[in-house]
Design a protein around this ligand. Structure first.
Ligand code: ADP
Ligand code: MG
Length: 582
């Protein structure tokens, strides 16, 4: 009888192991750039063809690999970075497991060209599916060039799991930007299909690199952060309350210059901004934590995207401490004076921070929307004969917390979330306009220039058509600078940049969550969400009637376009039960 348990043939075990490291082209980009950094390079170039599906090439001017060691580097667990187990707790390089090169070699057609400084020529080694196919001497500059072609050519199933060229390119670009952000002293370049997408010359100043990556607009809202507690040191930049984003993409955490994700640190950061920026918004934070290597374990995650702290509570408290400046701001500054504070001018005291008004129970339409004109409703309510109760069978009882409308219906109490409901109404209205081609566009008298971050600009370029069909006319006028020439008439003409940025945030978020909603859908949702009445706003009786009245003709899907419920019903029977009448 054949044995049940058998050792896998080498090519299978190699593929399994490689799967841990190489999930997609972006993983290869990350590993190769990290190797180049570890090799002390001062210039690193990443070149992709077809989002990296066809080719990934990374070259550097680092220390190179000795000719006789090139085949060794290809073996699993071959590394120059550690020697003994204790070294794992004294790591100052990004790599240490010796897994990247063998993994990349196992799943692609890989070529290494490398030359060390004291040698007159270099070597070139070609591998396919992990096997060395050729090895020869070549002329090449000092440094290393690794090229990986046709990723997963030998594992068709894995290749099928890859996404579109644009999406794969975005993953790679994200890794690239994170790495570049952490080393301003290195020059970075990213080329796609022969076009330079990013070029970051080396600089002494981290803020110059941040500006190059995140855009000038954000840079103006950043404040340097510096804090120390014993052996834990924190430096970086954090956005002032004057700025926030719709997603957490602007939070970059590094531990000993390694980009990581860490729920605990996220929590400390977001906690610091609570009540300082609106709920559901996120700051931009670039944070570098430096700890003695012995205080962290970097060997806990297959792609080294997480670390384990020896004293997590202390790290948490130190991060909190680094953000205590925010609370100083809130007690004594007005929104306008942040700039002054940054520039060292003395801030005026005594004025409350944000005048985010929470209106009392009776507000008129215009004040409710901060002077942006009446609520964009769906139906003309001026007909004096119209009566919400007669029309819908719902009697409005009132509003709770300026957020929920309570009605009495035939079968029980109905609670409506005013924002969610209004958002759904506007979404349906905009969608209809879009489908019937009646979205009108307005030309701005003076085009507005808008500078985007590298990622935002990338998302915009991938969805330009969707923006156009919604009435936005935008075109590039410089590197990452776009002119907004027309906007859909349904948005406020005064701050179209805000809307564009929100849409870009949302598009990026949807992509990452793997929710494949179409760009058009996302744009419609974002515009509806913005125009819809907020929570925490008192509504007058007529306004509630109008909202509830307009809900009825719709075939009500019971969620807002984001998927939150619009209303729920407390059946009369339920009430009777609660009061023990039944
Ligand atoms: P690790 O980075 O964990 O050591 P890798 O498989 O990524 O493992 O690389 C194996 C070894 O090859 C490295 O330890 C290093 O000595 C050498 N190497 C890889 N890439 C480069 C490079 N770009 N420049 C110089 N040496 C390199
Ligand atoms: Mg490595």
């Amino acid at each position: 009888m054949p044995k049940k348990i058998q050792i896998l043939p080498e090519h299978i075990s190699q593929t399994i192991a490689a799967g841990e490291v190489v999930e997609r082209p972006a993983s290869i980009v990350k590993e190769l750039v990290e190797n180049a950094m570890d090799a002390g390079a001062s210039e690193i170039t990443v070149e992709l063809i077809s989002g990296g599906l066809q080719l990934i090439r990374v070259f550097d001017n680092g220390e190179g690999i000795d000719p006789e060691e090139v085949p060794v580097a290809l073996q699993r667990y071959a590394t120059s970075k550690i020697r003994k187990a204790e070294d794992l707790y004294a790591i100052d390089t990004l790599g240490f497991r010796g897994e990247a090169l063998p993994s990349i070699a196992a799943v692609s057609q890989m070529t290494i060209k490398t030359r060390v400084p004291h040698s007159l020529s270099g070597v070139r080694m070609l591998c396919e599916g992990g096997e060395i196919k050729s090895f020869s001497e070549v002329g090449c500059p000092v440094g290393t060039e690794v090229e990986a072609k046709n990723i997963f050519f030998n594992i068709p199933v894995k290749r099928k799991f890859l996404k579109s060229i644009q999406t794969e390119l975005r993953y790679s670009l994200n890794h690239f930007l994170r790495l570049s952000l952490s080393r301003p002293s290195i020059s970075f370049k990213f080329i796609h299909d022969g076009r330079i997408l990013c070029e970051h010359p080396k600089t002494e100043s981290p803020i110059v690199r941040i500006e190059a990556i995140l855009g000038r607009e954000i840079y103006h809202h950043l404040q340097p952060v510096g804090f120390e507690d014993g052996e834990i040191r924190i430096t970086g930049f954090a956005s002032l309350p004057s700025f926030s984003k719709g997603n957490a993409d602007g939070i970059y955490l590094y531990v000993n210059r390694r980009f990581i994700r860490d729920r605990m640190i996220y929590k400390a950061v977001l906690g610091a901004y609570r009540h300082i920026i609106p709920a559901g918004k996120f700051p931009v934070v670039i944070l570098f934590l430096t700890l003695p290597p012995s205080a962290i374990d970097v060997n806990v995650h297959p792609t080294k995207a997480e670390v384990k702290f020896k004293e997590p509570e202390r790290v948490f408290r130190t991060v909190q401490g680094a953000f205590s400046f925010l609370h100083g701001l809130t007690s004594s500054l007005t929104a306008e004076s942040y700039e002054d504070q940054r520039e060292g001018r003395v801030p005026p005291k005594g004025a409350p921070l944000f005048s985010r008004s929470i209106p009392s129970s009776s507000v008129d339409f215009s004040s409710m929307r901060e002077g942006r004109g009446p609520l964009p409703m769906v139906r003309d309510m001026r007909d004096p004969e119209w009566n919400v109760e007669r029309q819908t069978g719902l009697r409005i009882l009132g509003q709770v917390q300026g957020t929920y409308i309570i009605c009495e219906g035939e079968k029980g109490l109905i609670l409506i979330d005013q924002h969610a409901a209004h958002e759904r109404l506007l979404f349906e209205k905009y969608k209809k306009e879009y489908e019937t081609g009646s979205i009108s566009s307005e030309r701005l008298l003076i085009p507005i220039a808008m500078e985007l971050s590298t990622e935002e600009s990338f998302i915009l370029m991938s969805h330009l058509e969707a923006f156009q069909s919604m009435g936005f006319e935008m075109d590039p006028i410089g590197e990452r600078v776009y002119a907004i020439r027309s906007t859909p008439s349904l948005i406020d003409q005064r701050d179209p940049q805000e809307r564009v940025r929100e849409i870009l945030d949302e598009l990026s978020f949807m992509k990452r969550e793997g929710r494949g909603a179409e760009a058009i859908h996302t744009i419609l949702v974002t515009l509806a969400c913005h125009a819809a009445v907020r929570g925490n706003f008192g509504l007058r009786r007529e306004e509630m009637e109008e909202l509830v009245g307009t809900l009825s003709p719709f075939n009500l899907s019971i969620t807002c376009p984001h998927g939150r419920p619009i209303f729920f019903v407390i059946p009369l029977e339920e009430l009777a039960k609660k009061f023990k009448r039944k």
